[in-house]
Design a protein around this ligand. Structure first.
Ligand code: AR6
Length: 174
């Protein structure tokens, strides 16, 4: 990877709700009203103001994203991206997952945000194969950052050793 691009992409381990960045991305569902996994953790840490704002958004289609405030989170905003459920790979899952990254980054730029953290969208409850998802995530972020100077840092937040190692490997090969 080009050095300047590599400097703008980071992989960390841990809980995304602890990060003090301009926006953390949520792996949401189409209702945007909360759920389990990282979605549940974000809503718990943000407090009830988050779901109140989400209610006004009237959901979000798969592959797209919507932005809210961060409420009690250290992050200023939450970008709620809706990943696809894995149905074997022949239901446009790859393009929909790519859309989550593209549309989240687009929202970040439109809102003048400079630092953004992503979880491994769709790789938990939605069962998207991890390495395949990591390749899509890395490719979309790299392609976007090559075209855009305003975003300073993208952090991939991995929850668990397996996810961490997979992202490290995919980034090393990119
Ligand atoms: N910080 C960072 N990553 C996390 C955290 C955390 N606190 N908690 C879990 N992860 P998942 P999905 C990781 O299942 O597959 C919800 O019910 C997790 O280990 O949260 O997109 C929504 O409402 C995994 O690597 O999201 C939807 O209905 C990654 O986050 C559905 O789950 C994504 O796992 C979305 O499923």
């Amino acid at each position: 990877m080009q050095q300047d691009l590599a400097n703008r992409i980071e992989v960390t381990k841990g809980d995304i709700t602890r990060l003090k960045v301009d926006a953390i991305v949520n792996a949401a569902n189409t209702s945007l009203l909360g759920g389990g996994g990282v979605d549940g953790a974000i809503h718990r840490a943000a407090g009830p103001g988050l779901v109140e704002e989400c209610r006004k958004l009237q959901g979000c289609p798969t592959g797209h994203a919507k932005i809210t405030g961060g409420y009690n989170l250290p992050a200023k905003h939450v970008i709620h991206a809706v990943g696809p459920v894995w149905h074997g790979g022949h239901h446009n899952e790859g393009a929909l997952l790519a859309g989550c990254y593209k549309n989240s980054l687009k929202l970040a730029v439109e809102n003048h945000l400079k630092t953004i953290a992503f979880p491994a969208i769709s790789t938990g409850v939605y069962a998207f194969p991890l390495e395949r998802a990591a390749r899509i995530a890395v490719r979309e972020v790299q392609d976007f950052l090559r075209q855009n100077d305003s975003i300073e840092k993208v952090i991939f937040v991995t929850f668990g050793e397996d996810t961490y190692r997979t992202y490290q490997k995919v980034l090393a090969e990119a």
